[in-house]
Design a protein around this ligand. Structure first.
Ligand SMILES: [Mg+2]
Length: 263
């Protein structure tokens, strides 16, 4: 009898711990709830996108007034969280506990359902109307080329063709792809939600999260570089996670908390 009671107790403890870890696993992406909610439900988010694209249009007018050279001009834009809204993918991660992997990401991109961000399509058409070409340089994989192009075309972006879409093949640095554009165009403006969308100088953030480099180039923001808001994910997380890819959810949670500044 005593043995049976011990056995039952053991099974109960085991079931509880399994249940707990399943619940924890399901909640492993819950840190994305507030940022995704802000992205999807705040008028402020939409206003900031409009503000940035309105300003980008003004910058085009200013640039064309100052720069009358015959060289063909180009604007470089990023895609994700710059022109297309992938926040439903974050919601999927929150609901399932899955994180970003090549497979989970493809499960979203192949649906060709990403919607344009406020002011993005209009901006691409404005640039076109002023004789400036738009190049889409994204770190989506070249494996996603067809679905990405279809998504841009579906939403009527200007220059949504294979000549204006440069995806990632070997390196996440966008410099080589910017250089390809530079061979035939003068790049007059860059738009993105990640500093690496603008220049390779922002790729290494090992010193003070890259803040000093941002300060050094503070005059370029709003002029050469237009930055859009993405509180959900980004290059900045790498430094928070000490550039480690082997962290489990608990370790990530601890690092997120320990990196916060309190009083
Ligand atoms: Mg992006």
């Amino acid at each position: 009898m005593k043995k049976l009671l011990f056995l039952l107790l053991g099974v109960t403890i085991l079931l509880n711990s399994c249940q707990q870890s399943c619940v924890d696993e399901k909640k492993s992406q819950d840190h994305l709830i507030m940022s995704s909610l802000w992205y999807q439900k705040s008028g402020e988010m939409k206003a900031i996108y409009h503000q940035c694209f309105n300003w980008a249009e003004l910058r085009i007018d200013m640039i064309l007034a100052e720069n009358t050279s015959e060289t063909k001009k180009a604007v470089i834009v990023d895609i994700d969280e710059t022109m297309l809204d992938n926040s439903p993918f974050q919601t999927h991660c929150i609901n399932t506990g899955e994180s970003f992997t090549k497979e989970t990401w493809s499960g979203w991109t192949t649906q060709i359902k990403a919607k344009p961000l406020p002011g993005a399509v209009e901006f691409s058409k404005y640039a076109e109307s002023k004789g400036i070409e738009v190049f889409y340089i994204s770190n989506r994989s070249v494996d996603d080329f067809d679905v990405t192009l279809k998504n841009l075309q579906k939403e009527n972006f200007a220059f949504a063709d294979s000549a204006h879409l440069l995806l990632k093949s070997d390196t996440r640095s966008k410099k080589p792809r910017r250089d390809v554009v530079r061979e035939n165009y003068e790049i007059v403006l860059l738009i993105g939600d990640n500093l690496i969308d603008f220049s390779e100088i922002f790729e290494d953030r090992s010193a003070n999260f890259g803040f000093d480099i941002v300060e050094e180039h503070s005059k370029d923001f709003g002029f050469k570089f237009i930055v859009l808001p993405n509180p959900m994910y980004g290059e900045w997380e790498r430094e928070v996670f000490e550039n480690r890819k082997d962290l489990n959810n608990k370790e990530k949670y601890e690092l997120r908390k320990s990196n916060l500044i309190g009083y």
